[in-house]
Design a protein around this ligand. Structure first.
Ligand code: SME
Length: 164
């Protein structure tokens, strides 16, 4: 059956993450190609949540993240370790929630429409950061602890699928 990640408008955000994860887990099961996984994860999240921009930056070497699969407007292709929200989440190896991107020192503006952002690191089996999931909203303060929990669970499923 054709996969669909469309959910009723009436459910709250926590329920939406729960419903998404229940469909997402079997959907990606057995896929170990990182690009395929990133492409479909971006598309599914975009469809379900309507984020302005959702995609991955991939660790290329010790210094650089390179743009990976995403849904949204064309974006910056390279981000240096420790720079911007993405490079900082990579360096600190933790999820970052930025309620107002204009107030984040060194924020890299790929699109002026982006107002808030959440970034979640992706790890290999050894616990090394190999990529980051980056999500932008056109609304201020769009992300909270529910998003952190939901997206970290999605990334954890992604990691277990990629590294069985
Ligand atoms: N704002 C990000 C750059 C990536 S774009 O949002 C797609 C940052 O500061 O790292």
């Amino acid at each position: 059956m054709e996969p669909t990640f469309t959910y009723p408008q009436a459910i709250n955000k926590a329920q939406l993450y729960e419903a998404f994860l229940a469909d997402f887990r079997p959907y990606i099961e057995g896929e170990t190609d990182i690009i395929s996984l990133m492409a479909n994860t971006s598309a599914a999240l975009h469809e379900a949540f309507g984020f302005f921009w959702v995609g991955f930056y991939i660790v290329a070497d010790e210094q650089w993240l390179h743009l990976g699969p995403f849904q949204g407007t064309a974006a910056c292709t390279r981000i240096r370790h420790g720079r911007g929200v993405c490079g900082t989440a990579w360096a600190e190896d933790k999820t970052l929630i930025v309620p107002d991107v204009d107030k984040f020192p060194g924020h890299i503006a790929c699109s002026s429409a982006s107002r808030s952002e959440i970034v979640v690191p992706v790890h290999d089996k050894a616990g090394t950061v190999i990529a980051i999931l980056d999500i932008d909203s056109a609304r201020l303060a769009a992300f909270d602890e529910t998003d952190r929990e939901g997206l970290e669970a999605i990334v954890s499923t992604f990691e277990q699928t990629l590294f069985p």
